[in-house]
Design a protein around this ligand. Structure first.
Ligand code: MG
Length: 227
């Protein structure tokens, strides 16, 4: 392995914990104006992934994703969404998620140890460029890796093989010398294999065991993948 490529959200950044903290920010505001925040957050958890998938597929714009992820939960709990509220919820959420992201404890040590071992590192992430850039800056990850590729900037998002090839071309390595590490079986693992890379599925909660994926429980294990 000459190059280790990492997904960002839920791989290096503990996005689940970060998002829960952000929902807490929204709840405090909703409680103040008399909207059932617990029901709202439950509805958010249900709709966020399907709406984000529409953005990833290019079916809706970034702005539409950001508004619908909060307007649809309001509708679902019987509150007619009004524009000012939806915009305000989105602003609060973005501030919390993008400016105060939480890294997993093993993220920085793993990147440092790979660097010390002479292995190049990169981050490959889908998702809105402005938000991802803010997260990378707030966590210092931009400086901790050799290259960052964001789908919205390069025009190639996972699972497209071109998203992976664009990263590898920066380093002039063969595809087989690159390892992709991420938490998504489809976007990180299967897609990387199809693009000719090697891959490890980061499965911190043992959710995907017994399904044939080569998986690791923590990023420390990337260091033993030296083939
Ligand atoms: Mg991820």
């Amino acid at each position: 392995m000459k190059l280790a490529i990492f997904d960002l959200d839920d791989t290096l950044i503990n996005f689940a914990a970060t998002r829960e903290a952000a929902y807490g920010c929204l709840s405090a505001h909703l409680d103040e104006i008399g909207i059932d925040s617990a029901a709202f957050v439950r509805a958010c958890r249900q709709v966020d992934r399907p709406i984000f998938a529409l953005f990833e597929q290019g079916s809706i714009s970034r702005d539409e994703y950001r508004l619908r992820r909060f307007s649809e939960p309001l509708t679902a709990i019987g509150v007619e969404p009004w524009n000012e509220l939806v915009q305000h919820l989105n602003r609060l959420f973005m501030e919390c998620v993008n400016d105060r992201p939480m890294l997993f404890d093993d993220a920085r040590p793993t990147l440092a140890r790979l660097h010390a071992a002479g292995i190049q590192t990169a981050i490959l992430t889908n998702g809105p460029s402005d938000g991802q850039r803010r997260k990378l800056k707030a966590t210092g990850l931009t400086e901790a890796v050799d290259h960052v590729a964001i789908g919205e900037e390069t025009g190639f998002s996972k699972p497209s093989p071109r998203a992976f090839h664009a990263v590898i071309e920066r380093f002039a390595f063969d595809h087989g010398q690159a390892l992709m590490v991420g938490d998504s079986p489809e976007l990180d693992y299967d897609a990387a294999l199809q693009a000719g890379l090697r891959a490890l599925l980061l499965d911190r909660d043992a959710r995907h065991q017994g399904r044939g994926w080569l998986s690791i429980a923590s990023l420390d294990e990337v260091l033993s993948e030296r083939g």
